[in-house]
Design a protein around this ligand. Sequence first.
Ligand SMILES: [Zn+2]
Length: 228
Amino acid sequence: MQVRQQGNCAVKGRISRPREPVCPKPGRASPNRSSSRFSLSVASAFATSLASAFLVLALPTMASAHEPGAHVHGVAELRVSIDGGELEIALESPLDNMLGFEHAPRTDEQRAAVRTMAAKLRQAQTLFTPTAGAQCALASVQLASAALPADLLGEPKPAAPDAAQDEDGHADLDATFSWRCTAPEQLKGMDVGLIQAFPGVRKLNVQVVGPKGQSATMLSPAKRMVIW
Ligand SMILES: [Zn+2]
């Protein structure tokens, strides 16, 4: 293909059959450019909204990594349910947070550490303080971990089947604290001292199911009150 100059514009094609100049005509250049700019900005806005839609769609997937049951060292889950005068607090935590290891104890020191952990958890009235006016009293504490002997946890029965040690050697601790409250209408929340008692827990995801419906919050060393 040959190119020859016609004024300032290059014309493509053979010399014998000249075609329209490739460069835009001065009179039509401006509207064309602004129109193409408009198209670009529309496309860009569309792409942005597509990206936003993708983010919104992607968020639940990303959040699923922190759903209850996920085993992340430093993080634990607390499920609080209030049903009439019954207050139940269920803790699920990687054993590492509570004990510093996730296997059956091999030494006397490790066995003592398990007993100390169990004793602290059984003193749940020092870990959780429900609204005083609700007059809640601790009724029972159940502890289970697939990695630990039930007798060291002070349990008569072996660990529950769902408290399994996974293939990578990780294990959880499951604890259920049951309370009875004589004035449950006064129950508005509780102070949680779990992170202070077990510094291996750095983040505590709390889910509450109660008379006002469901709510969720996150406790940290700087935040220990749950209000519902
Ligand atoms: Zn682990």
